[in-house]
Design a protein around this ligand. Structure first.
Ligand SMILES: OC[C@@H]1[C@@H](O)[C@H](O)[C@@H](O)c2[nH]c(CCc3ccccc3)c[n+]21
Length: 445
């Protein structure tokens, strides 16, 4: 039996736009994902977050579900435009009340709430002013954060400023496959800088707030990058991919500087980054949240964009997202972060897999592939703790099937199945199994 440390926080994660539905109810303002999903061609089958898992109305039953699973913690995000319909200025008290009630229900169920302040649903009104490409966003975000610290800080002790700033900038402003659907490298690199600046300003607001014994961090999607061959060219390609995917956010947050390799490569597209900004970005945090799903394998690709790298498909098993299943990458990533960035307190704030689940006539969902994926990753997390990594919790993505961004509802990540026709929740085999892991705080090796 492999035991995890006493008090290890086993949980599940979700995000507002992916589960809540009712995006414009009770005075809420439209987010960029409301606009993006309602713009034809952006999301598979024209799916939107209009209903999703109807969590905005079914939250009591969903907390009961979390209690049935025995979760120790629950990571969720606050929809900025529900609380501040214009992104700044007037507070929508009804919108805020939803989160008050949710937090109180979690505490009553003995579940530790982790709030993500921003999980991609920027108020549309702020996008109209340039969104993350406008440097003023750092102040708007800090004010929004300060409001939540003031209103919920007496009951919520764990705070995450941003979910995956890299994805927000790369997918939303450079690749254009996520909201706001821009394809502008100059805007995208400025967005990275302003996201990190906003993070630093929010951490400073947190330190100035009266949140008692609170802890604040940021969640980064990190993927170790491996060379496709031992050639010098491929080794250098893996270094460039690592700098862009990982060090672009890790280095400024922990070391107050951007990777020189990137500044040189992106040349005149690189944004101005005054020293004062970098000091704000590097304001010390209490923990780092890591979202791990898979690794990258890259080769040198002369002339292929700024990075000159190409992804090399791997033979191993893959998930329904086409992501290679590579559990060892989690161990290698955790040990590297521990060694290279000063041994910070870590949480896995997301890890999970999409598979094509089937609701059996018997009413069960035998998602043994997801159970096996999770089991293999839990083993690697345990290996990392044994190696001295200060890992204090693990949030499975996701509590329930939900709106998977540009894939709409076609991809299921939940350990609980959602029948969108009826909104019925069915705990999958992986959910029943996870409840036992939590109860025993460990797993059979
Ligand atoms: O794709 C599964 C989940 C999303 O549902 C979460 O909202 C998001 O935080 C999240 N991040 C990642 C890893 C980075 C990534 C994001 C989007 C698309 C591809 C990779 C996977 N996921």
């Amino acid at each position: 039996m492999l035991r995890f440390p006493e008090g290890f926080l086993w949980g599940c994660a979700t995000a507002a736009y992916q589960i809540e539905g009712s995006p414009l109810a009770d005075g809420a303002g439209p987010s960029i994902w409301h606009r993006f999903s309602h713009t034809p061609g952006n999301v598979e089958r024209g799916d939107t977050g209009d209903v999703a898992c109807d969590h905005y109305r079914r939250w009591r039953d969903d907390v009961a579900l979390m209690r049935e699973l025995g979760l120790k913690a629950y990571r969720f995000s606050v929809a900025w435009p529900r609380v501040l319909p214009d992104g700044r200025g007037a507070v929508n008290e009804t919108g805020l009340a939803f989160y008050h009630r949710l937090v109180d229900a979690l505490l009553e169920a003995g579940i530790v709430p982790f709030i993500t302040l921003y999980h991609w649903d920027l108020p549309g009104a702020l996008q109209d002013l340039g969104g993350w490409a406008n440097r003023d966003v750092a102040g708007w975000f800090a004010d929004y954060a300060a409001l939540l610290f003031d209103r919920l800080g007496d009951r919520v002790r764990h705070w995450i400023t941003l979910n995956e700033p890299w994805c927000v900038a790369h997918l939303g402003y450079i690749a254009g496959v996520h909201a706001p659907g821009m394809r502008d490298l100059w805007a995208g690199l400025r967005a990275v800088h302003h996201l990190l600046l906003a993070h630093g300003r929010a951490v400073q607001a947190f330190r100035a707030s009266n949140v008692k014994k609170g802890r604040i961090g940021i969640t980064l999607n990190l993927a170790p990058q491996y060379p496709a061959s031992r050639s010098e060219a491929d080794l250098a390609a893996a270094q460039r991919a690592d700098a862009y995917h990982n060090r672009l956010v890790l280095d400024p947050i922990f070391s107050g500087r951007y990777p020189e390799l990137l500044v040189r490569r992106f040349n005149d597209a690189w944004p101005d980054a005054p020293q004062a900004d970098l000091e704000t970005i590097a304001t010390p945090i209490d923990f780092l949240g890591i979202n791990y799903y898979s690794r990258g394998v890259v080769a040198h690709a002369p002339g292929a964009g700024f990075l000159e790298t190409r992804s090399v498909a791997q033979p191993g098993p893959h998930t329904a997202m086409g992501w290679e299943i590579y559990p060892e990458g989690l161990f290698e990533l955790l040990v590297r972060i521990h060694g290279e960035y000063g041994g910070p307190t870590l949480y896995i704030t997301e890890n999970g897999a999409a598979f094509d689940d089937r609701l059996e006539p018997s009413g069960g969902v035998h998602d043994t592939d997801r159970l096996d994926y999770l089991r293999r990753h839990f083993l690697q997390a345990h290996r990392a703790i044994e190696a001295g990594v200060r890992l204090q919790g693990y949030f499975v993505w996701s509590l329930m099937d939900n709106f998977e961004w540009a894939h709409g509802y076609s991809k299921r990540f939940g350990i609980v199945y959602v029948d969108y026709e009826t909104q019925r929740r069915v705990i999958k085999q992986s959910g029943h199994w996870y409840r036992e892991i939590i109860a025993r705080n460990g797993l059979e090796n």
